[in-house]
Design a binder for this molecule. Structure first.
Ligand code: B12
Length: 227
């Protein structure tokens, strides 16, 4: 099987919600030399997109979404060590402190968990508050641990407005400059991030780490300038 066919096999395993096949195919793909990031983007997330679209059109139902989620999680366990080792070269101690959460009303956590684990592997201290987290709780934790970055995940268009509310609430509290805010999730675009006044977004976990590094440097430069 060539690399394209292996990626297709992963995508189909995700679409069928077949966790055994997803694990097997992810292992074969790694062995054949496909980078873990490509397995994530072109295999797992590509399959999730198809399932999402079929769910939208009424062809698939909730059980299929659940099985798809399970298959992605299972395959992630296979590729995660490689994803992390890809980042390890640039690892720095105390890269920064991140408070991470899926915002209120939303329970999707697979992508957030991957982002959290990649940040940890890159030297960030991550406080993962879980799913369905009220924005006030997120801000309170960020203040408590003196976070550099607040990272919010949301996959539902109905939960994304809470990210805007978080940025607005920080502003109303006079705390907007205290934290960098990064937002993400399948439907979050750079335009959305800019419109709500966040500091950036990233389409996948590896770019989320790059963004986090950039935001921490900016923050440290700003703090230096103000001193
Ligand atoms: C699996 C899944 C579920 C699982 C979730 C399991 C879990 N533990 O997370 C279950 C079955 C629970 C579920 C439930 C529902 N779901 Co659902 N689900 C999905 C599906 C198929 C895949 C999501 C996923 O895990 N993708 C894989 C991960 C790796 O990708 P990701 O999350 O995008 O994360 C990556 C990036 O976005 C980024 N990232 C993520 N977070 C962050 C954060 C930051 C700060 C940064 C920088 C980057 C970043 O990095 C990640 C890793 O590379 C999507 C379809 C899709 N295309 O996303 C629908 C989808 C998100 N679900 C949808 C819906 C409608 C629902 C339900 C309302 C269904 C229902 N009728 O009950 C419920 C909502 C429950 C709730 N209140 O939250 C819709 C949302 C539509 C919309 N636009 O609002 C989607 C898009 C499907 C669709 N097209 O209709 N779902």
């Amino acid at each position: 099987m060539n690399q394209q066919e292996l990626l297709e096999k992963i995508k189909e395993a995700v679409m069928d919600g077949d966790d055994d096949l997803a694990v097997e195919a992810a292992g074969q793909a790694l062995q054949s030399g496909i980078p873990a990031l490509s397995i994530l983007n072109d295999g797992l997330m590509a399959g999730a997109d198809v399932v999402g679209k079929k769910f939208e059109t009424g062809e698939y139902f909730l059980p299929q979404l659940m099985l798809t989620g399970r298959a992605i999680k299972a395959a992630m366990a296979v590729i995660e060590p490689d994803l992390k080792s890809g980042l390890a070269g640039a690892q720095a101690a105390e890269a920064g402190v991140v408070v991470l959460a899926t915002v209120q009303t939303d329970i999707h956590d697979i992508g957030k968990n991957i982002v959290g684990s990649m940040l940890t592997a890159s030297g960030f201290v991550v406080f993962d508050l879980g799913v369905d987290v009220p924005i006030k709780t997120i801000i309170a934790k960020a203040q408590e641990v003196k976070a550099d970055i607040i990272g919010c995940s949301a996959l539902l268009t109905t939960s994304m407005p809470f990210m805007r509310d978080l940025v607005d609430l920080l502003g109303a509290m006079g705390q907007r400059q205290a934290f960098k805010v990064m937002v993400g999730g399948a439907s979050v675009t750079p335009e959305f991030s800019e419109r709500i006044g966040a500091d950036g977004t990233a389409p996948n976990a590896v770019q989320a780490v790059q963004l986090a590094r950039r935001l921490v440097s900016q923050r440290r430069a700003e703090a230096g300038g103000a001193a």
